[in-house]
Design a protein around this ligand. Structure first.
Ligand SMILES: [Zn+2]
Length: 69
C-alpha cells in the first residue's frame, strides 16, 4: 500500500477519505456524497436525515429533497 495511490469514487471520481471533505467518506468504493443521495432517493430514513443535514449546511447544492420534487 502506498499513499500515492489515492482511491476515487466509482461514480463521481472524487478522491475518497479526504478529511476536509465530509462527503468523501469511502462507502465501499464510492463516496458518501453519491451513496448518501442514492440511499436517500430510495428512502433510507437514516441516510435521508443525514443528507438533509448536509444539504442544510450547504454541502449538497444540487440535491433536492424528495418531498419537494
Ligand atoms: Zn461520488
Amino acid at each position: 500500500m502506498t499513499n500515492e495511490a489515492a482511491t476515487h469514487c466509482g461514480i463521481c471520481r472524487r478522491v475518497l477519505d479526504i478529511l476536509a471533505d465530509p462527503l468523501s467518506t469511502d462507502c465501499g468504493g464510492d463516496c458518501w456524497g453519491c451513496v448518501g443521495e442514492i440511499e436517500a432517493d430510495i428512502g433510507w430514513p437514516e441516510s435521508l436525515a443525514q443528507v438533509r443535514k448536509e444539504s442544510d449546511a450547504g454541502l449538497r447544492p444540487d440535491w433536492i429533497d424528495p418531498v419537494r420534487r
